[in-house]
Design a protein around this ligand. Structure first.
Ligand SMILES: O=C(O)C(=O)Cc1ccccc1
Length: 304
């Protein structure tokens, strides 16, 4: 069974429904969901990882790389549109207290500031959790910012829809499982990893980037995250185009392993947009094989 960052009606739930229509288990937070996979309570979970407006979902980035190994086996990208949902009878002028997930609040910040300048925005566990809370007649919260499905699911009334400051925003979700066979290489894949530098020195990030650049591997996301040991200590959370079974990616991973203190491999999986990378000349599997054959020929000429 799969799990997801819930309750029912979250954007994550919508992402999950694009993968399966079988019954799935909701978890109240991203860390709880990921721990449930680690502990074997579910076979996999869907959690948000990146938003086109807000950037990385830090709870996911940090928790994926810390603890028993996990692997991303797939990704889903869905549009996110928000509305303001209230109990029957509440008017816009009555709204003093708005409840929602931090990422939703951030994506509707301007709208809330202009339309509800007096209102306090309170952070909830999730957008659907906010809708569920607001549906309680005794709730001290007047409105939830959530998806239309969540508003409907929890019996709320839609005051306004489309309150996001950046229309067209999308969120990327990942399907995470325990280590096992990798999803097959499709030619349009992504690899996610976390790299820890050996020691702090000038050019350390450049050396990491060189491993990718020198093998024709393009990055689609790179974020520095605190290692949580001391101030100024960071690791790099990276998405790169390609699959572990692409020779250029395998060589990149080996290069990183040589120069880094630790490299956590978080999986190779098909890209949601199915977009194949444009490879510079000399970086496809054939070019790597031919180079290896050439080297073998040179070595075979050597005595003994
Ligand atoms: O709270 C939710 O519905 C989530 O799934 C997290 C989230 C919040 C805002 C945008 C995308 C995902």
């Amino acid at each position: 069974m799969l799990g997801y960052f819930g309750p029912a009606g979250t954007f994550t739930h919508q992402a999950l429904l694009t993968i399966t229509d079988e019954e799935a288990m909701p978890f109240a937070s991203v860390p709880e969901a990921l721990d449930a996979v680690r502990e074997g309570q579910v076979d996999g979970v869907v959690v948000p990882i990146e938003n086109s407006v807000e950037g990385g979902v830090t709870a996911t980035l940090d928790k994926l790389g810390n603890g028993a190994p996990l692997r991303i086996v797939g990704e889903v990208v869905i549009p996110v549109e928000f509305g303001l949902y209230v109990r029957e009878g509440t008017q816009l002028d009555d709204v003093r207290n708005v409840l929602t997930h931090g990422h939703a609040a951030a994506q509707c910040r301007d709208w809330l500031a202009v339309m509800l300048p007096e209102a306090t925005v309170v952070e909830a566990g999730s957008t659907a959790g906010a809708a569920m809370e607001v549906s309680n007649p005794d709730s001290r919260h007047d409105a939830a910012v959530c998806a239309r499905v969540a508003g409907e699911m929890y019996g709320l009334v839609e005051l306004v829809h489309g309150i996001e400051d950046n229309p067209g925003a999308v969120t990327r979700f990942v399907h995470v499982a325990r280590p096992g066979p990798l999803p097959p290489r499709t030619g349009a894949d992504k690899t996610t990893l976390v790299a820890y530098m050996r020691e702090d020195h000038s050019g350390a990030l450049l050396e990491i980037l060189e491993q990718f650049a020198g093998r024709g591997v393009n990055l689609t996301r790179i974020e520095s995250r605190p290692t949580k040991t001391f101030l100024g200590s960071y690791c790099f959370n990276i998405d790169a185009e390609g699959h572990l079974h692409d020779k250029r990616m395998a060589e990149t991973l080996m290069g990183l392993h040589r120069i880094c203190r630790e490299v956590i491999f978080l999986g190779s999986y098909p890209r949601a947009d199915k977009q194949e990378p444009t490879l510079p000349r000399g970086f496809d599997d054939n070019a790597f094989s031919q180079a290896a054959d050439w080297l073998a020929t040179l070595e075979s000429e050597q005595p003994g």
